[in-house]
Design a protein around this ligand. Structure first.
Ligand SMILES: [Zn+2]
Length: 397
């Protein structure tokens, strides 16, 4: 058998490349050796930006005439953590009881291996597809994500590449293969509120302005009332205060400054701009009627600092893409997958600006954990799902 048609063999090679972000670790080079013999044209552009490590990426395309399908993912992996607590070495790809062990087994070298095997089988059976297939693979998803998918898309688009649909191979299934396709993601914005008071003696509060009183008032205004009740496609918008910091060790001193950080995951009721405006309004309203010292009402002096690069919410409505993938999942697993917008952000947030994008991959239960692993049976099933999807999508699109 051609080893490229065997997802377990491809995955074994990929796991043995220690590609912890930002290291390429040999993973993209290995991927090129699988793809080039199938007829793919492979580019491996390196992107740089001051203050972040240079990152190698891969774009591979095989061309026929007709629609263009992109498969997207990442070969970088998160650190192994305490290596001594792994029962199987994290870059060993050991097989035990039908499972392959190693960092990236499900997130997401496994998904890439299945896609490579699916394309190889498709070509073996049918020859070139009735269209183009490309793999857009970054080495910077688990890190800062600055020199990764966003720049790779921009780079490819400038060369004239356009796509009709994309599948991201992240592990989207919570419990078993066939559970869930992601058809969108909530947006995300983060910020920090800084309240300035006036330092003083804790026994003489009428001579000071306690910023802790202010930060408590503002944080309360952020958390209540609820932003919305959720929409047809998304769960309710949620704000979590992630830290409140004063840094004052003295019990007899009123501090001069207090800060609070928060993260909002917002649904399609909002955009990053409108949710930021709503937060500003809440803080402005709450800040006017505050009490920073006993018996005196005065506005809270605060500033808000937004973190760079908010993620916009998106929802994919391409019925062909969603329908063909759902039917492929059902045909192989016997189960109709739930269409979901749950969870955190992914690189699909960049791809959605170029073409409709959905996400479907392996089972996420062990991702980022010690002894990350994937069942060989799941690898085989996902390969069959992707192969069927390739055939049916080119037939329908
Ligand atoms: Zn991932």
């Amino acid at each position: 058998m051609n080893p490229t048609t065997d997802p377990a063999a491809v995955l074994t090679t990929l796991i043995r490349c220690p590609s912890v972000t930002p290291a390429e670790g040999g993973a993209l080079a290995a991927l090129e050796t699988f793809l080039a013999p199938l007829g793919f044209h492979v580019d491996r552009p390196v992107f740089s930006e001051p203050g972040t490590p240079d990152i190698e990426n891969l774009y591979a395309r095989i061309s026929g005439n007709g629609p263009h399908l992109m498969f997207a993912g990442h070969t970088d992996v998160v650190p192994v953590g305490d290596e001594a607590s792994w029962r199987h070495p994290p870059f060993g790809a050991e097989v035990s009881n039908g499972f392959i062990y190693g960092r990236g087994a499900v997130d997401m070298k496994g998904g890439i291996a299945c896609f490579v095997a699916a394309v190889a089988r498709y070509i073996e059976r049918n020859g070139l597809p009735k269209g183009s297939v490309s793999l857009l693979i970054t080495g910077d998803e688990e890190g800062p994500a600055v020199n990764g998918t966003a720049k790779l898309l921009d780079w490819a688009a400038k060369m004239g590449e356009t796509w009709d649909a994309a599948v991201v191979g992240e592990p989207t299934n919570p419990g078993a293969l066939g559970d869930m396709i992601k058809i969108g993601r909530r947006g995300s914005v983060s910020g920090t509120i800084v309240v300035t008071g006036k330092q003083g003696h804790a026994a003489y509060p009428h001579l000071a302005d306690n910023p802790v009183r202010g930060i408590v008032t503002l944080v309360e205004a952020l958390m209540h009332p609820a932003f919305d009740a959720g929409t047809a496609d998304f769960q309710p918008t949620n704000l979590e205060v992630t830290s409140i910091d004063v840094g004052n060790a003295a019990t007899n001193v009123i501090p001069a400054k207090a800060t609070a950080s928060f993260n909002v995951r917002f649904n399609d009721t909002w955009t990053a701009e409108t949710i930021q405006a709503e937060i500003h309004n809440r803080l402005d309203r709450a800040s006017t009627r505050a009490i920073l010292r006993p018996d005196r009402e005065e506005p809270i002096r605060f500033e808000i600092e937004w973190r760079d690069r908010p993620s916009q919410v998106f929802l994919t409505c391409d019925e062909t893409l969603i329908g063909v993938l759902s039917k492929s999942v059902e045909a192989v697993t016997g189960r109709m997958p739930e269409l979901s917008t749950s969870g955190g952000t992914s690189d699909a947030r960049f791809i959605k600006d170029y073409c409709p994008v959905v996400e479907f991959g392996l089972v996420g239960q062990t991702m980022h954990m010690v002894d990350e692993c994937v069942s060989i049976e799941d690898l085989e099933m996902l390969t069959r799902i992707y192969e069927r999807f390739l055939a049916d999508w080119f037939e329908t699109a």
